[in-house]
Design a binder for this molecule. Structure first.
Ligand code: MSP
Length: 514
């Protein structure tokens, strides 16, 4: 059986969760659910990054100990995962004692491999990034990501010989042209490596809130090294058998471009040093922007997804984010945009398709999907298009082209609505009452075929839309009298069995009125 291991970044607990975090988790969840539908052995990891200066400062500002602070904030991040309907198999916290022990072992391996040495460091440091900058990396003297001035830092630290991994990293990138997706992010990471890598400081002397360096009690491990190792440590102690052997190397680390360098350069070098295989892919999506800027607590322009989710459910939120923003590129989001897509696409297109189909099956066939005697399902005018849609959506999902996959699936939603207009079942029902017996029989057979096609189209949609809007897909199946179990192998035309009992019910997506 093939297996699939996908991760989100572990989020900082000094920030409040916002739509950006919810977006990454949702995207990774779509991929995890798709791979489960394929029948693969899937492990989906998310969690929180709980050490470091920023957390220590955030706790102090609230008059709490770091542990009290993280224990409180972590619940908000666990809620994000639950509220977006994430099907994560584990939630890692870097303050878990098992993670801490694993990080120490990992760093010890790098030390024993001769890749860590002690030296003094002085330079410019952005506390918000937890990273050092050179003058050339700054934009007008400010952190390129946070727009805040860096501080001067001088310390004796342990350094990781990142420079020694340059050639191996370049070779890995060249041998794996889809190591980082999309391509422009691959090019960005590779050219950064090719410009030359400097060794990095991987410990801090003036910080208490972190994991101790195993061979030096006066230093703690740099928070980014601690954090990156989560992708491995979780497999070491999450419940389940042989997770490390079963799931490492990861198939896909999902994140935005802000942390590409850490994942595309430092992480693979650390893995090489400690003797682990490298992840198969990194997928770098874009920023969700509000009013033209990346959302962040520092900028104070965060969009809170929770009221929307509480009011309308996780699926409309999932649908909106993945539909509105081309996956891999930056995109604007807004509450107005959410409401517009909800009304025009979820309520008017998908919701309406389900309710009109169910109500016509109710009205004309007593709520039972009719048989279509002697008709091969492949004769349906929708058959070839459904098969082509399934193939396209599958390829796009395999390539993590999530928004394109959703768009392709939606073309079929629209096709079904057009089919209703073209076939006009209400006219067929009238003709089926005709006194001309032959004409009446033809119309009745055409009506059966149309209603069967609609039931089949909705069944088909409940499979291909499942990874994106799972609760809606389940609701469609229930209304259409289908068993709840779904598999991707059902994403083909012709499986509907006559006799299924259909219920109309209230609208899936009641319109949002202003
Ligand atoms: N703790 C580190 C990650 C360590 S992973 C080993 C971190 N945390 S973070 O809370 O700042 O999360 C950054 C990630 O959150 C981004 O890479 C992205 O996945 C997500 N996003 C945060 N803001 C976002 C947007 N405005 N838009 C899209 N994604 C956003 O970095």
């Amino acid at each position: 059986m093939s297996r699939f291991y996908i991760t989100t970044p572990i989020y900082y607990v000094n920030d409040v969760p916002h739509i950006g975090h919810a977006y990454t988790t949702t995207a990774a969840d779509v991929a995890a659910r798709f791979h489960r539908l394929l029948g693969e052995d899937v492990f989906f990891l998310t969690g929180t990054d709980e050490h470091g200066t920023k957390v220590e400062q955030a706790a102090a500002a609230r008059g709490l100990t770091p542990q009290e602070h993280v224990d409180e904030v972590v619940t908000k991040f666990k809620e994000v995962a639950a509220k977006v309907g994430a099907s994560n198999d584990f939630f890692i916290r870097t303050t878990d004692p098992e993670h801490e022990a694993f990080v120490q072992q990992f760093v010890q391996r790098c030390y024993e491999a001769g890749d860590i040495y002690k030296s003094s460091y002085s330079g410019l440091y952005c506390p918000a990034c937890e990273a050092y900058y050179t003058d050339e990396n700054l934009v007008e003297g400010l952190c390129p990501d946070h727009g805040t001035p860096p501080v001067h830092m001088e310390e004796e630290n342990y350094f990781f010989r990142l420079s020694a991994f340059q050639d191996r990293l370049v070779a890995h990138y060249k041998a794996h042209p889809d190591f980082v997706r999309p391509k422009h992010r691959y090019n960005e990471a590779l050219s950064f490596i090719e410009q030359g890598l400097e060794d990095i400081s991987i410990s801090r002397a003036n910080l208490k809130w972190g994991i101790g360096v195993p061979w030096d009690e006066n230093q703690v491990i740099y928070v980014w090294v601690d954090a990156l190792i989560n992708y491995l440590s979780a497999l070491h102690y999450a419940p389940g058998e042989d997770l490390l052997a079963r799931f490492w190397p990861a198939n896909c680390h999902v994140m935005a471009q802000d942390i590409l360098k850490f994942h595309g350069i430092i992480w693979p070098a650390l893995l090489m040093s400690a003797g682990y295989e490298l992840p198969e892919h990194l997928f770098i999506h874009g920023y969700l922007k509000l009013g033209g800027e990346k959302m962040s607590k520092t900028r104070g322009n965060v969009m809170d997804p929770f009221p929307l989710i509480e009011q309308y459910g996780a699926d409309p939120f999932r649908y909106y984010c993945l539909r509105e923003v081309s996956f891999g590129q930056d995109g604007m989001v807004s509450e107005e945009g959410f409401k517009a897509r909800y009304n025009s696409e979820l309520a008017n297109e998908l919701g309406n398709l389900l309710s009109r189909s169910a109500s016509m099956i109710g009205k004309y066939r007593g709520g039972v999907v009719p048989a279509t005697e002697g008709r091969d399902p492949a004769e349906s005018p929708l058959a070839a298009e459904a098969e082509a849609t399934a193939a396209t959506v599958k390829t796009q999902l395999e390539e993590m082209d999530l928004s394109a996959a959703l768009e392709s699936a939606w073309v079929f939603v629209r096709r079904l609505n057009r089919y209703v207009e073209e076939q006009a079942p209400w006219k067929l029902a009238k003709q089926a009452q005709s006194e001309d017996q032959a004409a009446a029989a033809d119309a009745s057979a055409a009506l059966d075929a149309t209603l069967w096609d609609l039931a089949e189209g909705l069944r088909f949609l409940s499979v291909i839309l499942h990874p994106f809007i799972p609760a809606t897909a389940d609701a469609i199946r229930e209304r259409m009298g289908l068993a709840p179990e779904v598999a991707w192998s059902d994403a083909r035309w012709g499986l509907t069995v006559a006799g299924a009992v259909v219920t109309a019910g209230s609208p899936l997506f009641p319109r949002i009125e202003d």
